[in-house]
Ligand binder design. Structure first.
Ligand SMILES: [Zn+2]
Length: 416
């Protein structure tokens, strides 16, 4: 309402948001508790998909076919209710002091620790076979000091087997990097920070509930802005999903990964809705990237127009910093385009550095590249290091180079 009055009174002065201000607003929304970490608990991913659709409609981005959504199903392990743990009565904070393994099963009760570490491994394997478990043993696995590669592989393999006997605790030195699992272990598997665990502990309690969701429905969100020359298509992509929740109390905001890329994606959608592009620009917002690049994989297996008709794809993931410039995955495959991008950057003095990188299976461009679609995956470098943890929040994500990064992308797309 305020905007309307302002507009009526002073028709020639109106407020225009910078790309960075626009980006911050989008990231704040996507990383808010109402989106539940854009995963599977409380249908966070679906809420995010609907948000992208809403923005497409707002900007006048049309669906490519009949619908914006391309539905598909996945199997995913979730933690929809309770994830709690104590050590000798001390309540550990979920997501900060400990995390469940993505493939963790459920567990409830009190347990006595049994250590497996460099002092008794791998000899302990034989003992375990003959040991009779009474259902009150929690296995604490400490890999510190195990340096032989094969022994370490064996140690890691043992984790799943042990979960058939009781809950398993692994030890993490500094920071957790969570992900999404597609199966469930027979019992709980958790990782605890070393500072909360020692050989003198006597009792552990767990209250952990998982739910394996089979055939969970998700959707890629796809829209198009028609260009002056409709013969060719440029694709801009980014994934909107993140890791979701670990119980009802803890969520992974995913501000940088990939609230920021989605913000840049939506900024470009908005930009091209008022600046008609040369070629069609197809906007693809993928689901289930964190679950193993599954949304974009599904798309490349079920494309809505021939993959050969994509002139170039630009995938945006981790767009939230940029103090040290950007890295371009597939730069070595598309040297001409990489040179163009570097030149544009240098000429306009946008970013600190445009770094070259070879192919990598690390985001949604990957299956397009495998099928021969020319593609770049670009991510920003420098600044805060929160990644796949509860600290990847909008409050601490600066979007430092968002303005210049957006200008560089627009200049690059114009030259394609
Ligand atoms: Zn990501």
């Amino acid at each position: 309402m305020r905007f309307l009055i302002l507009f009526l009174v002073t028709p020639f002065i109106f407020y225009s948001q910078t790309p960075q201000e626009f980006g911050k607003e989008i990231v704040k929304t996507l990383a808010s508790p109402e989106f539940y970490g854009r995963g599977y608990v409380n249908d966070g991913s679906k809420i995010a998909a609907d948000f992208v659709v809403k923005k497409f409609k707002e900007y006048g981005v049309k669906p490519y076919g009949n619908d914006y959504k391309q539905p598909f199903n996945i199997t995913v392990n979730t933690f929809p209710t309770v994830v709690e743990m104590t050590i000798d009565g001390k309540v550990l904070e979920t997501g900060k002091d400990f995390v469940v393994s993505p493939i963790s099963g459920s567990c409830k009760g009190e347990y006595i620790p049994f250590w497996i570490d460099s002092t008794n491994f791998p000899k302990v394997i034989d003992d375990l076979k003959s040991m009779r478990m009474n259902g009150t043993t929690a296995f604490i696995m400490d890999k510190k000091g195990i340096t032989n590669k094969d022994t370490l592989a064996l140690f890691n393999e043992l984790k799943y087997y042990l979960s058939t006997l009781g809950p398993v605790v692994t030890i993490e030195e500094e920071k957790f990097t969570w992900s999404v699992g597609h199966q469930e272990a027979p019992n709980a598997i958790v990782a605890v920070l070393r500072k909360y665990i020692s050989k003198s502990i006597k009792k552990l309690t767990f209250k952990i509930e998982n739910k394996l969701e089979e055939n969970y429905e998700l959707a890629n969100v796809i829209g198009v802005i028609e260009g002056k020359c409709k013969k060719k298509n440029i694709v801009i992509s980014s994934h909107y999903d993140h890791l979701g929740m670990m119980g009802q109390q803890t969520y992974f905001p995913g501000a940088n990964d990939n609230g920021s890329g989605t913000a840049m994606f939506l900024y470009l959608a908005k930009y091209y809705s008022t600046h008609k592009p040369k070629y069609n620009i197809v906007f693809m917002s993928f689901a289930a990237e964190e679950a193993g690049i599954l949304g974009s994989k599904y798309y490349t297996e079920n494309p809505i127009f021939p993959l050969e008709d994509i002139k170039f794809l630009v995938n945006l993931d981790l767009a939230g910093t940029g103090e040290e410039g950007i890295t371009v995955v597939n730069a070595t495959l598309h040297k001409k385009e990489f040179k163009k991008l570097g030149k544009l950057n240098l000429k306009n003095n946008y970013l600190e550095k445009v770094k070259l990188r070879g192919p990598a299976a690390n985001s949604d461009h990957y299956f397009f590249t495998k099928k021969g679609v020319p593609a770049f995956f670009i991510y920003t470098n420098g600044g805060i290091k929160a990644y796949h943890d509860v600290y990847d929040k909008s409050e601490t994500l600066p979007l430092t180079e968002f303005n210049d990064y957006s200008k560089l992308l627009i200049a690059f797309i114009k030259k394609l």
